[in-house]
Design a binder for this molecule. Sequence first.
Ligand SMILES: O=C(O)Cc1cc(O)ccc1O
Ligand SMILES: [Fe+2]
Length: 433
Amino acid sequence: MSHHQFNYLTGFGNEHQTEALPGALPQGQFSPQRCPYDLYAEQLSSTAFTAPRSANRRTWTYRIRPSVAQAANYRPLSLPLLETAPIATSTPPDPMRWDPLPMPTKATSFIEGLVTIAVNGSAESQHGLAIHYYRANRSMNSQLFNCADGELLLVPQLGELQLDTELGQLSLAAGEIAVIPRGIKFRVQLLGAEARGYLCENYGAALELPERGPVGANGYANDRDFLYPTAWFEDVESEHQLITKFCGLCYHSKLSYSPFDVVAWTGNSAPYKYDLARFNVINTVSFDHPDPSIFTVLTSPSETNGWANLDFVIFPPRWMVAENSFRPPWYHRNVMSEFMGLIEGSYDAKQHGFSPGGMSLHNCMTPHGPEAEVFAKASTMDLAPQRYQDTMAFMFESRYVIKPTTTALHATERQLNYANCWQNIEKLFKDSQ
Ligand SMILES: O=C(O)Cc1cc(O)ccc1O
Ligand SMILES: [Fe+2]
């Protein structure tokens, strides 16, 4: 498949409007008696009708057929590696780490290659999340997916994708992320031979930009760098398989046409993408290592202010200039649970064993921090300004304990000796200075 350069609309959560045919978008009202081109009007509500205006998200679509025209013949579809919270497993407090999972050997699409690594909360009660891993070597083509259980955050690690969605098309490469609102139909087309990455299914409140506090009106992830698709449709009468994830199970139904039939739309709930290189990194220019919340790209709030259902945090290339300071992450224990992945290069706290495509999990109160060698080096190094580069790690951080699936706990890629990286931490204490 060739690479297309798509046109995008810009601005996080804006009231966007776009039409693929001139005049397809009704003006001055949402629901005229008859729509232009005899399209059907359909509203998609991503927040409650009565959610506060600042948080309210919904989109009006103008389409060839309303979504309800899909025959309601949902039949169970078995995707046994795709799991949903809650799961009935015990979760050991060990720090955990995994090598990258291998690519599939059989023909496998994005949806067929999903494997759930960890979950928390409850999809049915709309809090918590699932962390899946995707590996694909073929496009979904006539296979379409929509997830009623959560919003989907894609973090590609390898391979270029084209996301075809009801609201338009997005290209997506490693170093970029995409978010697909709950319930939006989409398919993942491969632009290269293989693709691999992380997928966070957010059962809770939709991701939003974090507050900036005293930093002011600019910085971190800037609103204008979030890209939304323009309307795109296909008027195709051929068989499609619609896969729906609802309440933890997958179903499939046959459609005799393509539901990518939205000719125009307006609203503020739509898929979007963001290039992580656009993140304006803000950090100390004096001393000490600030909390990693300074690297939050997007946050899904929980009902308790400041305690995120999900924070998506990155560790991008940056200058390290802190004086008289231990520069890598400190040793710590955290009430929040931390799941990490690596998109590119290496991560400053772990020089060995954390590879691109790998994963780690440090749950609530589980001690962790730099491996022994990193401490030895960073506590004695010359503190000249240093540019950290060839690196892009990320964290899914959550207030709820992140429970690995049985598949992940028993995976051959799990490093059962992970905790050994702290075994050589020496006692350096002397009772006189
Ligand atoms: O554990 C980790 O590697 C993530 C992390 C990074 C950091 O700079 C400070 C705290 C933290 O949890
Ligand atoms: Fe941590």
